[in-house]
Ligand binder design. Sequence first.
Ligand SMILES: [Zn+2]
Ligand SMILES: [Zn+2]
Length: 129
Amino acid sequence: MIDTEHPQWLGDKATKGTIHNWLNYHFPRKRICSKCHKKGKTDWAFLKHPDSYTRKIEDYAELCRKCHMHMDKIPQIQPRTHCKKGHEYTLSNVYVWKNRRQCLICKRIAGRKEQKKYMEKKRRYGYSN
Ligand SMILES: [Zn+2]
Ligand SMILES: [Zn+2]
């Protein structure tokens, strides 16, 4: 027999939707923003982005739409994980120079291009060295 009593139950594989239902059920919102203390429409905002959702109320804050939107912008300021060309920054392909990260893959590709240019010039103009 198949248990169809809880077809919606996904266990710990919580999605944004199921987590928000769970929060609203166990922790009714006061409809007051915990940040700016304005009354109005509020939502549970997850404070640990970009981690996956948890079932701990201390990881959430009741925020109005304005504060929530402001908070959701934070992940964009967090350090980049990829260079402009989309190479992933790992310990072996990144080096820090003057507080800025440089992608070694891009550097290598650029270096190869420079070398090619030099070789072409050398061939064309007959450089001695
Ligand atoms: Zn607010
Ligand atoms: Zn790169």
